[in-house]
Design a binder for this molecule. Structure first.
Ligand code: AAT
Length: 282
């Protein structure tokens, strides 16, 4: 018998995939977790029934939540990731040899454990083998409250603003992130689909602008997320992602990136009109 998975992206539209096997299904203190194998997208992690990552298209999300900030900041040494328990974001950060320490603060220990067991291509740097990586199982909001003037980069690799991630889209949280960053620090956060989530984007970017002097949106193509058109917020104290981008350094990187490159770094910040309108300043 064929097994099919559907995620509704609106009342009347969704994405459907054929599933070959359910590898794990369980409930944590925070959310329902499933890891299934699909015929088209490889292994896929679901939280509360929604797609978080698939093996086939995770390279887009994880390249784009990391490398634009890591190649804008001239010398990032200490990086914090909030969420991201699958490990894909940490894997990309570790390609930058100048980074001395990356801290992962994920609220749900079950996501980390099951990713190490069932998603090894993503979790390869959070399995205890890399001394440059430290794990904290904690709410990102609680963690950041106790840290001041400490990180060069903070990457918010979170779920949508319902449930445990709700507070990660609020102005109070962004103020704490600002405080936890060094004087030239950068924050990047996944910022939903410009096509479907105009309302979330409007309040998120308003909240970011209340705190950071430089706030820009950039885009990436992620086929398994709603509409396939996804975005990230770049919020910075000093460095601008286009004007201060060192194209030479990015071009000379000594590792492979399947999505990110020095041309796309600039192109990703160029937005269609409807997306600019979502985050217009008035
Ligand atoms: N790397 C892409 C995967 C994710 S999952 C996001 C993670 O954020 C989840 O593991 C969730 O447990 C964690 N999380 C949620 N809230 C918090 C919090 N308050 N503190 C720490 N971690 C948290 C991103 C998917 C994006 C999906 C877009 N549709």
């Amino acid at each position: 018998m064929d097994l099919w998975y559907t995620e509704k992206h609106s009342e009347n539209v969704g994405i459907t995939m054929k599933v070959s096997k359910t590898l794990f299904s369980g409930q944590s203190e925070f959310q329902a977790l499933e890891i299934v194998d699909t015929l088209e997208y490889g292994r896929m992690m679901l939280l509360d029934g929604l797609v978080m990552v698939t093996e086939r298209d995770e390279f887009v999300y994880h390249d784009m939540i990391t490398h634009p900030a890591l190649f804008t900041h001239p010398n990032p040494k200490k990086v914090l990731v909030i969420g991201g328990g699958d490990g894909g974001t940490i894997r990309e950060i570790m390609k930058h040899k100048g980074v001395e320490l990356a801290v992962l603060c994920e609220i749900d220990g079950l996501v980390i454990d099951k990713s190490i067991e069932l998603l090894p291509s993503m979790a390869c740097e959070i399995d205890g083998s890399n001394p440059r990586v430290k794990l904290h199982v904690d709410d990102g909001i609680a963690y950041i409250r106790d840290h001041q003037d400490e990180f060069d980069l903070i990457l918010v690799d979170s779920t949508d603003p319902i449930g445990p991630a709700e507070g990660l889209f609020e102005e109070d949280f962004y103020r704490m992130v600002f405080g936890a960053l060094k004087k030239d620090g950068i924050m990047v956060a996944q910022s939903e689909s410009p096509f479907y989530h105009a309302d979330i984007q409007k309040s998120m970017y308003k909240n970011l602008r209340a705190v950071f002097p430089i706030v820009e949106m950039y885009q990436a193509f992620i086929p398994t997320y709603p509409s396939g058109f996804w975005s990230f917020a770049f919020a910075s104290k000093q460095y601008h992602p286009v004007r201060d981008f060192d194209r030479e350094r990015a071009a000379k990187r000594d590792f492979y990136t399947k999505y990110y490159n020095e041309d796309l770094h600039l192109g990703a910040f160029m937005l269609p009109t409807f997306a600019k309108e979502n985050i217009a300043e008035k």
